[in-house]
Design a protein around this ligand. Sequence first.
Ligand code: ADP
Length: 263
Amino acid sequence: MKLKVMDVEFGYASTPILRGVNLELARSEVLSIVGPNGAGKSTLIRCINRILNPQKGCIQLDGSDIFQMTRMQIARQLGYIPQSDHQSFPATVFDVVLMGRRPHIGWRSGRRDKEKVLDVLQMLNIEQLAMRDVNEISGGQRQKVLIARALAQEPDVLLLDEPTSNLDIRHQLEVMDAIRTLVAEKNISAIMAIHDLNLGSRYSDRMIMLKKGVIAAAGSPFSVLTEDNIKQVYGVDAAVKEEDGLPYVVPKSPIKHNGGKQL
Ligand code: ADP
């Protein structure tokens, strides 16, 4: 499955947010979207998942325009994992993940669907939570449940919006390891919006850095995470070191300008 975003522009009401966004994603690739708060990372993810409708441009899956597809067709190919998902009514982890099968089965599930759910719970190492209420588990466990629900959809592309926000470092690494492993084992691909530049560097094949809705840099973590790009896009002085053959960003201080006023 190849995902192509071509010249996408999007604005809420009259305020332009994304401008001239182009990207391509090949099978087995993990692409991170980084950039400051408000740069448009979530907006881009939501355009790709067709939650939002760009005013210009085109998004294709294997050459087919996603705006010509039905919701069910999209759900069979794109698995969206929101930042958080507030479940207010009681539901077991098993049932929440089973909901991910809906694009394939409608409302009636069979034995195969239940086996699929158990498979993904095992893959993410949360099968022991199957009968727990999702409202009564930790943030890290909940994040894995959301990933499990998207995987039960058997999508070709995972779209993750800040998969590690609110997680401690152990859970951050567990969730990111799970995503990388799944992409390799299932031969799918993933796009994730992520704040943490170092996690992005460690777990992505390619990165794009957004600044005010425009791609300011794109390419390998080494080509995107440069001191100059971080200065231009975030307004932060940082040293970029190398660790395990990957760039590692050490932020120093916000750049002062305009008579000492911080960005
Ligand atoms: P990021 O994910 O990079 O932090 P977002 O995509 O959430 O950025 O937001 C990009 C811009 O769009 C921000 O200026 C934000 O205030 C604005 N925005 C986000 N959601 C809405 C909305 N529903 N209505 C109007 N403006 C919005």
